[in-house]
Design a protein around this ligand. Structure first.
Ligand code: HEC
Length: 104
């Protein structure tokens, strides 16, 4: 049955393409939201330093901390000033992005 074989080939090709796209998505992280690259100037990739790493931190914790820094309810040395530069939507985008980042 030639037609059946063709169908099978199309499905196999689609399966391969799907795998390829998935591999690409994993190797190329979604582009960082505005401001995210600046965070890395102080926040390191892994823990051990004075400034905690953001990668892999739960999104809710990041948003909560940023909003508390912004309103001044959480004391900070620099984060209060940095957080004031971001809107709530931008904070949510940053939080989601850093939560998806894998700590090394
Ligand atoms: C100038 C250095 C610097 C930059 C840039 C910076 N941070 Fe921070 N961050 C700190 C420091 C220092 C702390 C500890 C609180 C403090 O003293 O302000 C902190 C704390 C935090 C915390 C709380 C972490 C925890 O464990 O509770 C979050 C969340 C955070 N920063 C997010 C960000 C994000 C998002 C950005 C980028 C928009 C950013 N920071 C940019 C220095 C920085």
């Amino acid at each position: 049955m030639a037609a059946l074989r063709t169908v099978a080939a199309v499905f196999a090709a689609a399966g391969l393409a799907g795998g390829w796209i998935e591999a690409q998505a994993q190797s190329m992280p979604q582009s960082a939201p505005p401001g995210a690259l600046a965070c890395g100037g102080c926040h390191p990739a892994s823990s051990g330093g004075l400034v905690p790493p953001l990668a892999g931190m739960p999104a809710a914790d990041i948003s909560q901390a940023m909003l508390a820094f912004r309103t001044g309810t959480r004391p900070a040395t620099v984060m209060d000033r940095i957080a004031k530069g971001f809107s709530e939507d931008e904070i949510k985008a940053l939080a989601a992005w850093f939560a998806r980042e894998k700590p090394p």
